[in-house]
Design a binder for this molecule. Structure first.
Ligand SMILES: NC(=O)C1=CN([C@@H]2O[C@H](COP(=O)(O)OP(=O)(O)OC[C@H]3O[C@@H](n4cnc5c(N)ncnc54)[C@H](O)[C@@H]3O)[C@@H](O)[C@H]2O)C=CC1
Ligand SMILES: CC(=O)C(=O)O
Ligand SMILES: [Mg+2]
Length: 444
């Protein structure tokens, strides 16, 4: 790319000769190099096109856009997309039919009247729905938009690109259909009621980016009241992958994890679950810090130790994890030589791994590599394969150990695109579920 900037402009022109020429001239006069031109929609009086342009720098791009925006006579610039925005145009997922419908016989088989006999079979034996519908392989990805990555309460619609991303990962790594469900309420009663009401169409519920503290009540109640697996990804998916990374780091750094001092900065959804996971794994000293008194109180209730300041925590701990959503929160001067630092906030970490390593950390990573993507697809695949009605703590530990087992010595976690890791996680989770869960469906 020679440092050049490429953008795709979505431009509407009146469907009359000369208008595309006007646009091309304006772009050329502003120093833009036109690449591809693609017609995306032909309306009764207008044409919409994607026009890809290349410019030398940001300033030139600004000038070019100003010139195009000033064009009159019905010419409108609707969108300016970089390659990330382009990958999101029209969304990242779609529902497609598995059966081609090419003949009337096909039509009658997949739709009326054929479908009626399938409905009757399910009416007589409801468990048959898992065989004759997509329900058995479909998981709802539910958000109320209150903690979208570290961006905060930006609402469920603004969070949709994340939910579509999770659905794409479910599909690619576990062959599961993930369906985003956007909720227009932050009230735990309403969230629980709504999820319960839609639950017949799903075999699992992945709660995503629901903020603390209401996420705790929502998950606990849904786990109790539904007989399908429910997991809040930001809590347990994150805790699983963090445990895996710390198991690997301890092995490489020859630290006895159970005797190590582990410090967690940020005790929200991810942070509290990470602390609980470490304590349940046998780590004796788990310290936490948060700006919220309530969050610190919750840690104490689970048996964790609260630290007054972040500096104290950094001073005290061999392994430090941060999930606050605050970029740059950890100062380089606080890093102790030989420390393990996982600054997991997305989209930007509390300290860049390079800076932490330069400051003396033995191992450092951010939320791009130590990411719950390594956990949730395989955890749900394993739960669905074993027809588990829940996701239990031993299943989560099995997932963490499986991820650690797939990690090369010296690395913290495996590559997320390594398909093996997701199938190994699924296998180990299913094994534990089959060995320990009593209430499994028994329909075949
Ligand atoms: N890498 C990964 O796989 C994952 C990363 N995350 C990241 O973790 C971050 C937090 O997510 P959640 O736990 O869901 O949010 P949350 O809102 O439930 O928790 C954030 C916690 O950080 C605390 N906090 C905020 N600013 C602070 C400060 N200056 N000092 C001390 N504490 C502070 C808040 O009081 C709150 O308790 C987000 O950036 C998210 O992207 C979350 C899940 C997975
Ligand atoms: C990865 C993820 O779930 C988060 O940052 O919220
Ligand atoms: Mg999340």
């Amino acid at each position: 790319m020679n440092g050049k900037i490429s953008r795709t402009l979505l431009i509407e022109t009146p469907a009359l000769p000369g208008n595309l020429g006007k646009v091309a001239t304006a772009i050329g006069m502003a120093g833009g190099d036109i690449g591809e031109i693609e017609t995306v929609q032909v309306g009764p009086t207008y044409t919409m096109r994607h026009i890809t342009v290349q410019v030398d720098n940001q300033e030139q791009l600004g000038e070019l856009l100003e010139v195009v925006r000033k064009l009159d006579g019905g010419i409108h610039l609707h969108a300016v997309s970089d390659d990330v925005l382009r990958a999101h145009e029209g969304g990242k997922i779609q529902m497609v039919s598995k059966n081609p419908i090419r003949s009337l016989a096909d039509l009658r088989r997949v739709y009326t009247p054929g479908v009626a006999s399938v409905c009757q079979a399910i009416k007589e034996e409801p468990e048959k729905a898992r065989i004759y519908t997509s329900i058995g392989n479909t998981v709802a990805i539910v958000t109320d938009g209150t903690a979208i990555l570290g961006l905060g309460d930006i609402g469920p619609v603004a969070g949709m690109p994340v939910m579509e991303g999770k659905a794409a990962l479910f599909d690619q790594f576990a062959g599961i259909s993930g369906v985003p469900i956007l909720l227009n309420s932050k009230d735990p009663d309403e969230i629980v009621r709504t999820v319960k009401n839609i639950s017949p169409g799903f075999s699992g519920i992945l709660l995503e980016d629901i903020g603390s503290p209401h996420c705790f009540e929502v998950e606990e109640r849904l786990k109790k009241e539904l007989d399908i697996p429910v997991m809040h990804d930001d809590q347990h998916g994150t805790a699983v992958v963090t445990l895996a990374a710390v198991i690997s780091a301890s092995k490489s750094a020859e630290i006895d994890l159970r005797e190590a001092h582990v410090g967690q900065i940020g005790l929200g959804a991810a942070g509290l679950a990470i602390c609980r996971m470490f304590m349940a794994y046998g780590v004796k000293k788990v310290f936490g810090a948060d700006k919220s008194e309530d969050a610190k109180e919750r840690l104490k209730q689970y048996g964790g130790h609260v630290m007054g300041t972040l500096e104290e925590l950094m001073e005290q701990c061999d392994i430090v994890i941060a999930t606050t959503g605050v970029p740059g929160l950890i100062q380089e001067k606080w890093v102790k030589p030989g420390q393990v630092i996982l600054a997991l906030s997305n989209p930007k970490p509390e300290i860049e791994p390079e800076a932490a390593l330069k400051a003396g950390a033995a191992y450092a990573a951010d939320g791009r590599s130590v990411n719950n993507i390594l956990g949730f697809p395989g955890i749900f695949r394993g739960a669905l394969n074993s027809r588990s009605q829940e996701i239990t703590h031993p299943m989560l530990v099995a997932a963490a150990e499986a991820i650690a087992g797939c990690t090369k010595l010296g690395d913290l976690v495996p590559h997320p695109l390594d398909p093996r890791v997701h199938s190994v996680v699924a296998e180990e989770v299913a094994k534990v579920s089959l060995a320990t869960n009593k209430n499994r469906y028994d329909y075949v």
